[in-house]
Write a protein that binds this ligand. Structure first.
Ligand SMILES: [Mg+2]
Length: 304
């Protein structure tokens, strides 16, 4: 099975200008423009990140790569290559495995990512797929979590909450948006929202040794968050979903108040950008109502 599959994969993994030596040898050879590369890795497991029996396997492959591209976006790094390792249950057919790769390769082609190699094994346990993605740092250096300063505005891309209704599979990693914003404006810090807006914001604030205030009325809440809250009012309001659901894969950025104003006025990317609050000197996280009252907000989201 493995040699047939590798032959299939060699035919389907397209050539890439930076992949000097691709699938078929003992290791790959990548040509990078910079002496540094950005590396990230994410592992997805059946039953935790998706339920294979309930979904199109193409979406699983797509998501496995997309979550890695979102991490590269958070660093304002241009994706170059992906190394894909997969442990496939013996109970699924070769066609399902190929479908997983089809979804992955389709997204790889959209973002110009080379499939540089990896490993395929089968076992008597649920599907596990691990991807290591490699990116180029931007000319002005990578964006990190640690550069936010008191007084900076909190800017976010897109909308939050209710991704479980489908967006956790079909989201667009904000790679082009991050590259464009980082090139045009002075971004102080950034993170992607994988585990929840409040939780990931608190992580960025902690790395920057500051705190953050979210203006409750400014948070862009997705239609899915409203649908979930309507279906099950006991599980929280639409705002609760937006603050804590996770897997939105949007970006949180720290920029000076003046830069935030310029970015919001310029609308430099096709995705909405919203100022949802500000960073403050005192460590902690608060939710501010329209009347100005601040309440302590416990960061909530998906804890691994
Ligand atoms: Mg991340």
């Amino acid at each position: 099975m493995e040699s047939e599959f590798v032959a299939w994969l060699r035919r389907h993994a397209p050539a890439h200008p930076q992949l000097t030596l691709g699938i078929g040898d003992d290791a790959a050879l990548l040509s990078l423009l910079s002496s540094q590369c950005v590396v990230t890795s994410d592992m997805l497991m059946d039953g935790v990140d998706f339920v294979l029996s309930d979904c199109d396997p193409r979406r699983v492959g797509r998501k496995a790569l997309a979550v890695n591209l979102s991490d590269l976006a958070a660093m304002a790094s241009k994706p170059v290559a992906a190394i894909v390792s997969i442990a496939v249950p013996t109970t699924i057919s070769l066609e399902v495995t190929k479908a997983i790769y089809d979804g992955l390769l389709e997204l790889a082609a959209e973002y110009g990512v080379a499939l540089a190699g990896g490993d395929t094994n089968s076992w008597r346990h649920p599907l596990v797929i691990n991807i290591t993605a490699i990116g180029e740092p931007p000319q002005r250096g990578v964006l990190t979590r640690s550069g936010a300063r008191a007084g900076d505005a909190i800017l976010v891309t897109g909308e939050f909450g209710g991704s479980i209704l489908g967006r956790h599979f079909d989201f667009r990693p904000r790679v082009d948006e991050a590259l464009c914003l980082h090139q045009r404006y002075d971004l102080h810090a950034g993170i992607d929202v994988s585990d929840g807006l409040s939780l990931d914001l608190s992580r960025l604030a902690r790395e920057s040794s500051c705190g953050a205030i979210i203006d409750a009325s400014c948070v862009p809440i997705s239609g899915d968050a409203f649908r979930l809250a309507e279906r099950n009012p006991d599980r929280g309001s639409p705002l609760d979903h937006a603050l804590s659901d996770g897997e939105d894969f949007e970006l949180i950025l720290a920029v000076s108040a003046e830069t935030a104003e310029r970015i919001v006025a310029d609308r430099p990317i096709g995705v909405p950008l919203t100022r949802i609050g500000e960073f403050v000197a005192e460590p902690g996280l608060w939710l501010r109502s329209e009347s100005g009252d601040c309440q302590t907000l416990t960061p909530r989201g998906y804890e691994h």
